[in-house]
Design a protein. Structure first.
Length: 257
């Protein structure tokens, strides 16, 4: 049986887990190993079952814990080839043992235990940024985060997904009237920034997503309000959803799986 959870989402750290109890995989790892173990324990997932971590991009809140995890637990790290080629200094700082690194191209399928995964390009100010699509038996899940825009390719994949982890980083009005300097507002709201609440909800409607659940992830604690997103989502979509507050964990509890 498939277990999945948002272990944490936001500027303090990001990580998502997918597990059948024997083989566990992470998308991103922005925590210490101690903190990661604590969060996995919440869902009854043993750290020792983690076989690989799949990286969306090299910003610290997504990748700073990858190297330590790989070295301590002999975990493999999968990352887009562009990220390594175009950001060699950032990648080197993770100190992942060479033998544990696997570079991949978009839509190259990686099989680990009962899981198949592939990445797809996103639009972010971190070269080689990607999202990930996971299949397990007849189930499919998609992680789409840290992208300033969405594409027809993203929409086609979302239409096939049963569970969607979707960025809704900011409320446009809060960003425009908030405390950030103008250059940072433009970065966040630009095509290499993040998805707004409005963009996320538009994406859901246009993609025809018809899965079982949506997790709204990577909310800004300065430029967004979970209550605003929840209200807007109820007005636009019928699918069950969870708005993930910063640094909290979310997902079906073990007894409900």
């Amino acid at each position: 049986m498939l277990h999945y959870a948002v272990l944490g989402s936001g500027s303090s750290g990001n990580s998502y887990v997918f597990s059948d109890g024997t083989t566990s995989l992470l998308i991103d790892q922005g925590y210490s190993v101690v903190e990661l173990r604590r969060r996995l324990d919440r869902f009854g997932i043993d750290l020792a079952t983690v076989k690989a971590v799949f990286i969306t991009h090299l910003h610290p809140d997504h990748a700073k814990g990858v190297g330590t995890l790989c070295r301590k637990q002999n975990v493999a790290a999968y990352i887009s080839a562009r990220s390594v080629q175009e950001q060699p200094d950032h990648f080197a700082k993770l100190c992942i043992p060479d033998k544990q690194v696997a570079t991949v191209e978009p839509f190259e399928v990686v099989s680990i235990g009962p899981f198949n995964l592939f990445c797809f390009a996103t639009s972010h100010d971190s070269a080689g940024s990607v999202g990930w699509f996971i299949t397990y038996e007849d189930q499919s899940l998609m992680v789409l985060t840290d992208t300033g825009l969405t594409t027809d390719e993203h929409m086609s994949l979302a239409k096939e997904a049963g569970i969607l982890f979707l960025e809704a980083n900011y409320d446009r009005r809060m960003l425009q009237t908030g405390p950030y300097p103008l250059y940072l507002k433009r970065r966040i709201d630009g095509s290499y920034g993040h998805l707004s609440n409005e963009q996320a909800l538009y994406f859901l409607q246009e993609s025809g997503f018809a899965g079982k659940h949506i997790y709204f992830i990577h909310l800004s604690d300065v430029n967004n309000d979970p209550a605003l997103l929840e209200k807007a989502a109820h007005q636009c979509i019928q699918t069950p959803f969870t708005v993930c507050h910063k640094n909290q964990w979310y997902g079906p509890q073990p007894e409900a799986l």
